[in-house]
Design a protein around this ligand. Sequence first.
Ligand code: P1T
Length: 379
Amino acid sequence: MKFNTKTIHGGQQHDPAYGSVMPPIYQTTTYAQSTPGGHKGYEYSRTHNPTRHALENAFASIENGNHGLAFGSGLAAVDAVLKLLQPGDEVVSTNDLYGGTYRLFTKIYEDFGIKFHFIGMDNSDRIESYITPDTKLIWAETPTNPMMNIIDIVSVSKIAKKHNVLLAVDNTFATPYLQRPLDLGADIVMHSATKYLGGHSDVVMGALVVKNRDLAERLYFIQNASGAICGPQDAFLVLRGIKTLHIRMQRHCENGKVVAEYLANHPKIENVYWPGFESHPKHDIAKSQMSDFGGMVSFTTKGNDYKEAIKIVENLKIFTLAESLGGVESLAGHPASMTHASIPKEEREKTGVVDSLIRLSVGIEDKDDLIADLKQAIG
Ligand code: P1T
């Protein structure tokens, strides 16, 4: 089955009770048993729920995995991966990543005795030099949030396999429409399904997908034992969102390109970060591992002018100043004070998250209206 069919049918079956084409929202905590243990595969909704199950099958299908898991948020999904580790274990992580993931790593898991190395993942030798016998996990995000750095998944996965380390890839920005990390050698793919998978800015949710059965069993155990599941209404909404992922992503990519090119030619803009530019340092890797370049674009104002950046985000009318990304509507964010405020200034500035950086989640509105909005806001 091709991807554009998988988004609609992948892992899905019509409901066995009445043949409903969409899975019913099984708004129930529990399931009647004829005798202790005599049930139809569902006992209690923290452990299993048919609506969530349908969504988890869809996650697995679109990421070319075998097992999908849905969580109450993207960070709950990251948290489940971290629970595979033991005190004393080490993680090599990209240093340019969502601020909340950084906060979870440094403010929760460091206290539990996990050691993190935050490094630039643009160089294989550097990554390998941080691997020790205690390294158990490599955490990669590509494209990175918010600097749009590209990590070569195939080459990192070779390092991970050589040292018997798990490779987890946060695929939130790319989505499986553009990039399928499991096919490129990753062991775990993670999503903030809050973003493009849900696609309509109305659900907070996380996802994991794996191929390996043993790894899936360990993660299902953690999902049930820790309990950070999503509810059936939210599962239904994200399942509905996935059905249009391919056509939404096509438009996000088209509009993202137009916006990136407009900004790159604007005299008041300094740097534009978008992997579709030939001048992007990892454009060739982006081209080889992604089928297009997505709808996320970051940029700085001329002379790193903080006040000018704030003026722009305040002036925007169609782009809404808000956290999050990946919905049908265009959003603008100021990472230094919003999504990445939990990363110390000194650390974030090393990766380019300066005070004049603006991040755009380019939506699927008419491109002319988006450009007109940027034009009036930047001046
Ligand atoms: O918000 P939540 O669903 O818990 O997902 C966390 C998360 C994980 N990974 C990436 C790449 C993310 O972008 C996020 C959430 N990011 C935002 C809210 C944001 O505006 O960047």
